[in-house]
Design a protein around this ligand. Sequence first.
Ligand code: PLP
Length: 247
Amino acid sequence: MERAYNFSAGPAILPVPVLEKVQKELLSYKGSGMSVMELSHRSDLFEEIIGDAELLLRELMNIPENYKILFLQGGASLQFTMIPMNLMAGKKAYFVNTGSWSEKAMEEAAKIGDIEVLASSKDKNFSYIPEIPRVPSDAAYLHITTNNTIEGTAIFTPPETGDVPLVADMSSNILSSVYDVSKFGLIYAGAQKNIGPAGLTIVIVREDLIGNVAGLPAMLDYAVQAKNGSMYNTPATFFDLCSKIGF
Ligand SMILES: Cc1ncc(COP(=O)(O)O)c(C=O)c1O
């Protein structure tokens, strides 16, 4: 069958072997007599899928043991809200404004608490990556967008932030550029560009940044999501499978 060349950022083209494997297992995943879409998320088979997905991602990105990997929903866009809710804790968050997605992240964070732009390339229509000064040591975090999907610029060398957690939206270059995860406090990405189908969001978060804000709505609380192994509610089972095969 003829396949189209799809150069969209997302939902993006998926490897044919992944699609073929999904197709083959659609009526009976591993002899269960069910597709993964019908499988209980509490079943051993699904636990294996989500467990393997985590192990494979940990291996691919060399993610240290003191980081949790969360498989969430709501897209990278929900992280624009969850990150300030979980990480601000009354402090100011700083942003490097390198494009329209950085601006969206800033807009949402400003609804939760104080934010400040540390560096920006808005003056030249986001056509370059600005010099990033040292972030104040009392900052809640510094947010960067590693790949500016719309503008076509990227930050390949993350800024040094000392003890201030560095937060990165890697939605459009996760797994296609190599980063040292230990330099980041939190990395997030929607899966639909570089990993699998839309419907899954990956959050890689250092353990000490989890659980520092009390009283958050359960679904928006990293502590609840981490404690429940990303299964506080029904996870995006089909998308988890496709992503696991993709890894
Ligand atoms: C860098 C970046 N951040 C965030 C988003 C929003 O992601 P989502 O649609 O998963 O919410 C996109 C693209 O859609 C993006 O390219």
